[in-house]
Design a protein around this ligand. Structure first.
Ligand SMILES: C[S@@+](CC[C@H](N)C(=O)[O-])C[C@H]1O[C@@H](n2cnc3c(N)ncnc32)[C@H](O)[C@@H]1O
Length: 330
């Protein structure tokens, strides 16, 4: 399972839920989902405290797990990066900040910039007793953005009007002293937004840490798109809010990690772009490599390589170990 919510956050959500009829929250969750699916933004979907709480119950665990997966990759690629400050841009109920704190206990200063008063109020109550953010209500397109070692925009670019997205990416990058993490829904549209952002960031001097093992054009062509998946456990309340019976869900997400040149990092040599297919003759992998897209077969009879490939999952970096299957030709 992917990043489980920290106990203090679970407890804070449970406190918010005390005495609230779950049926009402489920109905609010359904209304908010319908509003988001119809292309609406949080401004339309989250009208008040109960809507914000319904989001925290139904969506926060998934966006937390996606951010946690992205931060795990950042730590793997740049193990020496220890941010002291975080800007969580479009922070919503603050799940991304909690994931960042789990990944980097070095974080001391956390700033939120969000347009939504109900989200900021809920996020503040959830964080109370755990950390004290500098919470600012404002528009990412125009507000003062405090500089930070780590800047996160999680499921937020999607809500910026297309004409303003390049400007917001530029502003987020300007605020970044170390690493910028952009996380979006794992849809073709989320991927397209990130592809656009990636191009802007590379032009702005960024090093792409992940998921790409190169800074060249993305080798994927429609209808294919780059995205990943994280599995997370659903609590009883989470299931009730979503009217779902399965004890887990798979969150599809897309991301880009971009760094200032001063951040020491070793980006992947290649990345697994889909769930590996294991059959009798061996394992079939879809890889993004510096030479482009590659389908690689690792034969079962090649014991050492097969043992390494068996441990690889969707989204993993190609291992650097000496017994790793031969890398793609450059
Ligand atoms: C779908 S929520 C994601 C919240 C959180 N980052 C997460 O991953 O769960 C999008 C957030 O972006 C905020 N947002 C959207 N457009 C914004 C803008 N122009 N300026 C500031 N915040 C914005 C919304 O208020 C909302 O909190």
């Amino acid at each position: 399972m992917g990043g489980d919510l920290p106990p203090a956050l679970k407890a804070a959500i449970a406190r918010e839920l005390e005495g609230r009829p779950r049926r009402d929250l489920g109905a609010r969750r359904a209304a908010a989902t319908a509003a988001y699916r119809a292309g609406g933004t949080s401004a339309a979907a989250i009208r008040g405290a109960d809507d914000a709480l319904a989001y925290a119950l139904a969506r926060l665990p998934a966006t937390y797990a996606a951010a946690a997966a992205v931060f795990a990759e950042a730590r793997r690629v740049a193990p020496g990066f220890r941010p002291a400050s975080l800007l969580d841009a479009g922070s919503g109920p603050g799940g991304g900040s909690w994931a960042a704190r789990e990944a980097w206990p070095s974080l001391r200063a956390i700033a939120w910039v969000d347009a939504s008063a109900p989200f900021l109020a809920l996020a503040g109550r959830l964080a109370s007793g755990a950390f004290e953010p500098d919470a600012r209500r404002g528009d990412l397109a125009s507000a003062d953005l405090p500089r930070a070692d780590l800047v996160l925009a999680s499921y937020a670019l999607a809500e910026i009007p297309p004409v303003g997205q390049a400007g917001v990416v530029g502003r987020l990058w300007n605020a970044t002293d170390g690493v910028l993490a952009l996380v979006e829904p794992g849809t073709p549209a989320g991927y397209a937004r990130l592809l656009e952002a990636r191009g802007l960031l590379i032009a702005g001097g960024a090093t792409i840490l992940a998921p790409c093992p190169h800074a060249d054009a993305c080798p994927l062509t429609a209808p294919d798109w780059c995205h990943f998946s994280v599995r997370l456990a659903r609590s009883r309340d989470h299931r009730l809010a979503k009217d779902a019976s399965a004890p887990f869900e798979d969150e599809k997400f897309a991301y880009v990690l971009a760094a200032r040149p001063g951040v020491a990092a070793a980006p992947a040599r290649a990345r697994v772009l889909a769930r590996p297919h294991a059959g009798k003759p061996g394992i079939d992998l879809k890889l993004c490599t510096p030479a482009g897209l590659e389908r690689r077969h690792v034969a079962r009879r090649d014991k050492a390589a097969h043992a390494v490939a068996r441990r690889l999952g969707w989204g993993d970096a190609w291992p650097d170990a000496e017994d790793a299957p031969a890398p793609a030709p450059r």
